[in-house]
Every structure is written in structure tokens, then in C-alpha cells.
Design a protein around this ligand. Structure first.
Ligand code: PBG
Length: 321
């Protein structure tokens, strides 16, 4: 057997290729900020932008032209408070952004990240008791309230990224009671306490003011615990489960995929983006590294990839696939 027989030219390589990427695989993250006329490059993430609402229409149109059909929204308000109020008000950045996007492109599928860290003065994803313990009930209620406000504004799907125990069940119940049984929940199920989120914390201005997130996000050393988290989210009613980050956690994607029949999402996070982007831009690696990173995440089992490289995929599909 000579395996190279099937590698001789493009035609045969294309014929036997096991994994294909398409624009239907990728979700593009958008960061919405206060202000007017803002389209500011994010310092830690080259070619990714902070956008004000008035700039979002043009961006939506541009995304459509780049073949992007799925976005996930993050709000980065100037004013945060101890109650995370900007997360759930009807006129919040994400709520308004949904309306703008839907007006320009009703077919754009809008997912929202549901968390408190971008909206809460201490930059944490939850509330704490005086003694430092997580105030679970209040955290769940605020998260669910946030999700509901997104859905009322027209979001197609909500994606809780907080890692509080029981949030999927609580959110499902809240949405159902409000008549939104048909809205799916994509759960950030296996979300690790990762240094690969570094550039995002700059993008979302959400670095914790004290401590870190290790008391609620997962220990990178644990795979079985990731499966436990995934099982719990499935039992609570998640429609899609997620692994985050993606590349250093491909084993978790493989194992998570074997666990159920649910679609699997993977988030190629800001640090993965920054590493690859900087290496490619400085000539250390070929641009194909971007495509390779995405196809490998898909090969591991991801049906959905949230990636800052989505804007480059349409061109790469023509060149590399
Ligand atoms: C909010 C949230 C984070 C990311 C997505 N949702 C930051 C964090 O948990 O610290 C990270 C995304 C990225 O790094 O690209 N909780």
C-alpha cells in the first residue's frame, strides 16, 4: 500500500478529503461600544474592531458580502455598575445592535453572548456574597433576565458564557415562561479558566478587578470534569454545547462529541487568534496556518466554530480548498 498514490495532485486530494469547511461553519464575534462614528481597531487584536451602533449597519452589509451568515454579539459599555444593569436594559448595546443588524440584514443569524463580566464594575461573571462565595440565585436571575432581553430584542439564539451552576436550566425555564420555547441555547459548557482569553479582556474591558475566574471556570488539567459539565448542560436543556478555547482543547471536543447527539461548537478564542495572526503577519508562518487551524478544529468534531478569522474564510476557501 502506497498512501502517496492518493496525494499526487489536487484532484485526487480533493476527492478523498475527509473534512470540508464552509461559511456555514463559522460565527463571527462583534464588539459593540458606546459613542458615535467609532470603528476602532482593538489594540490586542489586529484587524478586529470596536464598533458603535451607527457603524454597525455598514459592518453588517460588509459581513454579508464576505459570506458571513452568523454573528455573536458582545457589548462593551463605557459605564458598568455593581448590578450589571447595562447587560439587561432594553436599550443596552447588544439589544440595540440586534435591532440594527436585523434591519439591515434580516437573514443574519444573531447569537448573543450572555454574561455579566462586560457589564459589571468588578469585571466578574457573577455576584458574590460578603464572604466571597458565589451568590448563585442572584447571578442566575440576572443572567436569565439578560438572555430574555436579548431574545425580546430579536436574538435568534443565546449563548451563556458565565459557567454558573444551573444556569442553562434556569435560562431555559425563563425563556419558556416568556413564550420563547423556540429559541435555542448554545451553552459554553466546557469553558476553561484560560490565559488564551487575554486579548479579549482588553477587547471587552472585562479583566476582573480582583482575583481571577478560577473559582467558576474550569481547570485546564481536567477532561472528565469537562464531560461532567457537558452532561449537566445537556440535562438542563442545552441545544448546542461548546468547548472553549479550541486548539489547546481538541481532545475535549472529541470526547464531548462522543457523549451526545448534540451539535458541538468550539470557540477559537482571542489568544489563539492573536498568536496565529501575529505569526502570519510577521512572516513566521504561512497564511495557510489560519485555514489549517480551522479545519483541524472541525476535524476534531466541531460543527460550529466561533472565530475572528471568519472574515478571511471566503477567500481562503477558494484558495485552499
Ligand atoms: C465572557 C466571555 C469571555 C470570552 C467569551 N465570553 C471572557 C472570559 O470568560 O474571560 C472570551 C473570548 C475570547 O477570548 O475570544 N465571559
Amino acid at each position: 500500500m502506497l498512501p502517496t498514490r492518493l496525494r499526487k495532485n489536487t484532484a485526487i486530494r480533493n476527492l478523498i478529503r475527509e473534512t470540508q469547511l464552509s461559511m456555514n461553519d463559522v460565527v463571527y464575534p462583534l464588539f459593540i461600544v458606546d459613542g458615535q462614528g467609532v470603528r476602532r481597531e482593538i489594540g490586542s487584536m489586529k484587524e478586529q474592531y470596536h464598533l458603535s451602533l451607527d457603524m454597525l449597519g455598514a459592518e453588517t452589509q460588509a459581513l454579508k458580502e464576505l459570506g458571513i451568515r452568523y454573528v455573536i454579539l458582545f457589548g462593551v459599555p463605557d459605564e458598568k455598575d455593581s448590578e450589571a444593569t447595562p447587560a439587561f436594559v432594553e436599550t443596552g448595546l447588544v439589544q440595540e445592535a440586534i435591532r440594527v443588524i436585523k434591519k439591515v440584514d434580516p437573514e443574519m443569524y444573531v447569537i448573543t453572548d450572555v454574561c455579566l463580566c462586560e457589564y459589571k464594575s468588578d469585571g466578574h461573571c457573577c455576584f458574590f456574597e460578603e464572604n466571597g462565595e458565589i451568590q448563585r440565585q442572584k447571578s442566575l436571575e440576572t443572567l436569565s433576565k439578560t438572555a430574555l432581553s436579548h431574545v425580546k430584542a430579536g436574538a435568534d439564539m443565546v449563548a451563556p458564557s458565565d459557567m454558573m451552576d444551573g444556569r442553562i436550566g434556569h435560562m431555559r425555564e425563563t425563556l419558556n415562561q416568556a413564550g420563547y420555547e423556540a429559541i435555542p441555547i448554545m451553552a459554553y459548557s466546557a469553558k476553561f479558566a484560560s490565559s488564551f482569553y487575554g486579548p479579549f479582556r482588553d477587547a471587552a474591558n472585562s479583566a476582573p478587578a480582583f482575583g481571577d475566574r478560577r473559582s467558576y471556570q474550569m481547570d485546564p488539567a481536567n477532561a472528565r470534569e469537562a464531560l461532567k459539565e457537558t452532561v449537566l448542560d445537556i440535562e438542563e436543556g442545552a441545544d448546542i454545547v461548546m468547548v472553549k478555547p479550541a486548539m489547546p482543547y481538541l481532545d475535549i471536543i472529541v470526547k464531548g462529541k462522543e457523549l451526545s447527539y448534540l451539535p458541538m461548537a468550539a470557540y477559537q478564542v482571542s489568544g489563539e487568534y492573536a498568536m496565529i495572526k501575529n505569526a502570519v503577519d510577521s512572516g513566521l508562518m504561512d497564511r495557510r496556518a489560519i485555514f489549517e487551524s480551522l479545519i483541524c478544529i472541525k476535524r476534531a468534531g466541531a460543527d460550529i466554530i466561533i472565530t475572528y478569522f471568519a472574515k478571511e474564510l471566503q477567500v481562503m476557501l477558494k484558495e485552499y480548498q
